[in-house]
Design a binder for this molecule. Structure first.
Ligand SMILES: Cc1cc2nc3c(=O)[nH]c(=O)nc-3n(C[C@H](O)[C@H](O)[C@H](O)COP(=O)(O)OP(=O)(O)OC[C@H]3O[C@@H](n4cnc5c(N)ncnc54)[C@H](O)[C@@H]3O)c2cc1C
Length: 476
């Protein structure tokens, strides 16, 4: 009689890679491996069309790396996993953990039901440097302020685990005919829909584990050295652009953390970059300990803030037609590329919340719709930070001035001119405040305010004063 080695299902989720994949490595050690991906139709924690496009690309790349062996399903994992496990005769199901409220609840229930069916279930940490429940204050409560969280909480813990190589050989299990039929095409159709707007991104994005490694190597050799000094300048290539890779798990934070050790860069840049990775951790940490983060003000005193409801203003913000050039540049970058530079995310967020007095949740929802790197934890924590209502948030009275921010961080206008080409011929002096330009300068630059480019949607000084007054009225 032929003896088959045990089969373990590896349930891929936000870990779409072969290297440094703890669940895959452990399953390989047990015997044959069946790689499975299941997309839940009603899942609420993923992003919108841009994010789904990125996910489809990342899954296609993983499937190619697996020589077409990835079994993709659309449906309920609580039903599909036991069915597939039964059909293939699996002895276990392994996965890397997720940390969002809905996923935690679902995974607990699935784990219980699989164990009751006699399957071995193992979960691993494949996407965080520190487990959220391991980092607590002396009184065993969670940190609410970033610096002590990182310096006194994380850095005194065990060092993050070293990344692991991809398993040198894997014996892939084959799916018997009796198993639920996987369909990559059905998943593609669901993720991409029937519109083709995303074609514009094929030259911009290259998704997959290998592309993420290449991007990281490029950053190590070209960007890291200027990270500390240059990361706030949207026109410079000083940031890693690894957020999408981290979002889909094409690269693990451990690979990034330890990859920095071999880089030729000063320690300020390495420290700064590591602390940004820690901001990512802090966002996951906050969401884990405060699951209402995406919906409720972290500081309840903001519950009475008099947000306006102004669909016209929201629409002009969304489409990059506010008449404030660097804000419009950011919103158009988002629409055209699916991402936005971090400094500009802060500026457009501040403008929405503190100049237009619109609720941060409207901004978060638009980002969810448009970001390829959309991440429930980071987006929610960042919007609460921008709005001033989050844990360790920017104080509400810190209102960015988009004119001086533009002059400081996009000094020669490279970024703003790229995304707001109708202002390209304005001299630097007026690029960030075209409404102040003399008529002759506007004429020479071919700009008719109100026709080629909008008049400002709000008066920056007056709206700032109005926001501060509303804030004062809360007696915060
Ligand atoms: C309003 C707002 C919404 C945001 N929404 C998201 C989101 O949905 N998804 C997302 O990945 N990032 C989000 N960010 C954080 C940040 O803007 C992006 O991570 C960053 O711009 C990605 O570019 P990068 O990879 O070149 O970053 P780098 O500067 O190279 O940083 C390296 C990595 O560190 C992490 N990181 C960097 N900055 C932050 C930060 N402020 N908070 C948490 N983690 C950070 C990211 O994983 C990033 O890839 C948001 C920021 C703001 C202000």
């Amino acid at each position: 009689m032929v003896q088959h080695s045990p089969t373990v299902i590896v349930w891929f989720r936000r870990d779409l890679r072969l290297s440094d994949n703890p669940a895959l490595l452990a399953a390989t050690a047990m015997g044959q491996v069946l790689p499975v991906y299941i997309h839940e139709n009603n899942q609420q924690e993923g992003g919108g069309g841009a994010w789904r496009w990125g996910l489809q690309q990342a899954l296609a790349a993983l499937n190619a790396d697996l020589q077409g062996k990835l079994c993709c399903y659309v449906g309920d994992p609580a039903r599909l996993l036991p069915e597939v496990a039964h059909a293939v005769g699996a002895t276990g199901v392994y996965w890397n953990r997720l940390y969002t409220p809905q996923a935690i609840k679902r995974d607990r229930a699935i784990k219980q039901s699989l164990i009751e069916r006699g399957l071995q279930v193992r979960s691993f940490n494949g996407s965080l440097l520190w487990e959220p429940w391991q980092v607590l204050k002396a009184d065993k409560t969670p940190y609410k302020v970033f610096t002590p969280y990182y310096r006194r909480g994380c850095l005194v813990q065990d060092v993050p685990r070293q990344p692991m190589d991809a398993p040198p050989t894997v014996t892939w299990a084959t799916l018997p005919a009796a198993a639920p039929a996987p369909s990559m095409q059905a998943l593609d159709a669901l993720l991409l829909g029937d519109v083709s707007w995303h074609k514009k991104w094929h030259g911009i994005w290259s998704m997959g584990e290998e592309a993420a490694q290449t991007r990281f190597e490029h950053f190590l050799s070209h960007g890291l050295a200027c990270y500390d000094q240059g990361r706030d300048f949207p026109g410079r290539d000083c940031t890693s652009r690894l957020s999408t890779a981290l979002q889909y798990g094409l690269l693990s934070p451990n690979q990034v953390w330890y990859g920095l050790e071999h880089a030729k860069a000063d320690e300020h840049s390495v420290d700064k970059f590591r602390s940004e990775l820690a901001w990512r951790e802090f966002a996951y940490y906050q969401l884990f300990h405060f699951p209402s983060l995406p919906h409720k003000n972290f500081q309840p005193k903001f519950d009475h803030f008099p947000w306006l409801e102004d669909e016209v203003a929201l629409g002009r913000w969304q489409t990059g037609q506010t008449g404030i050039p660097i804000v419009d540049a950011g919103m158009r970058e988002l629409w055209q590329t699916g991402v936005m530079h971090n400094r500009v995310r802060m500026l457009v967020g501040s403008f929405l919340v503190k100049n237009l007095l619109l609720d941060w949740r409207a901004g978060a929802a638009w980002f969810k719709d448009c970001l390829v790197d959309y991440d429930l934890a980071i987006n929610s924590a960042s919007w609460q930070w921008v709005a001033g209502c989050g844990a360790d948030a920017a104080p509400y009275f810190r209102i960015f001035n988009p004119v001086t921010q533009g002059e400081k961080f996009d000094r020669n206008g490279t970024y703003t001119r790229r995304f707001v080409p109708e202002l390209a011929n304005l001299p630097d002096q007026y690029l960030f405040k075209p409404w102040m330009a003399p008529a002759s300068i506007l004429r020479q630059a071919g700009v008719r305010l109100g026709q080629d480019y909008p008049e400002p949607l709000v008066d920056l000084a007056a709206s700032r004063a109005q926001a501060l007054a509303a804030f004062q009225a809360l007696k915060i």
